[in-house]
Unconditional design. Sequence first.
Length: 349
Amino acid sequence: MNAQPRLDLLEQERHRSLNRFHTWLLVAGSLGLLGLTAWIFAGVTGVVMATVFGAVALSAMQGVSPKLVLTMYKAQPAGPGLFPAGNRIMAELARRAGLPTVPRLYVVPSRTMNAFAVGRPEDSAVAITDGLARALTERELAGVLAHEVSHIAHEDLKVMALADIVTRYTSAMSTAGFFLLFFNLFGGSLPWLAILLLLGAPTIGSLLQLALSRTREFDADLGAAMLTGDPDGLSSALWKLERYQIRQWEGMMLPGGRMPAPSILRSHPKTEERVARLSALKTPEGLAIPVPPMRQRKGPMVPSIPADSGRYRLHRAEPGPWNDDAARLESPECGHPPRIRIRRGGVWW
């Protein structure tokens, strides 16, 4: 059995507190920007209208069924009969995260490498692409699925939906600002500073939304490491995704290699930063709370972990079946990464 990493509890709490602070700060900044823009545009009435319409839009988005989004991506369900290893991992991760229901597993017939989560904790789903399933080992796949389960458990989908609504309303106010600009050019009396703020609000709002997305990705990485007890599995998957994203034409067109996008314009943090944070969760020998060894069982490799009232103490989580190479040999369907074949619009494993 491979030696399991040991996680630093203090480092976990530090990262979690920092991520929570950044999230509240960015959400408050986005809401403040929207409120200021609405007040400039229509005073108190504008603020009230933005609040009412924003609440209605957020409620409507929460009511959208995950199946609708999955249908748009042509995702196909991958139940236990088609993907037993993936569903067993998903069930164990959901139990560790304290989710009320196990997210349904779907596959998207695409050669790209991607994964995403939809829905809320009571009704959620995780979709992975054909290309991702082909490229990752079971250990890496567990890290990716844990990342998406963490998004669901932390309700990041609701947070990002709110940020998207705020950005859209801010952009709408800015569009009205263009008309006010012409109004001022022909003798209007509106303050130029207010008009400049209206014109620059969409850019500021978009940057805040991107920063919020990066913060939630960091937090999902932390949650994944705590769920699996294995930061290295997710780190390995992230490096594979990074190599995939380096396109061939970039290497041909740019002799010096890939031209990185500025960090401020990225929806996801740089892979180097994500891996560095994951590595920081591991502590030197003798300073960490060791992850308990998994008990050997016959049959399905699902360790027994007590629930914690919806809040997972993931620094003590046992390594799952995806960590034990010896045990994997006893499970025929887990002996190799999942393989998907696209045939006549269907998905075959």
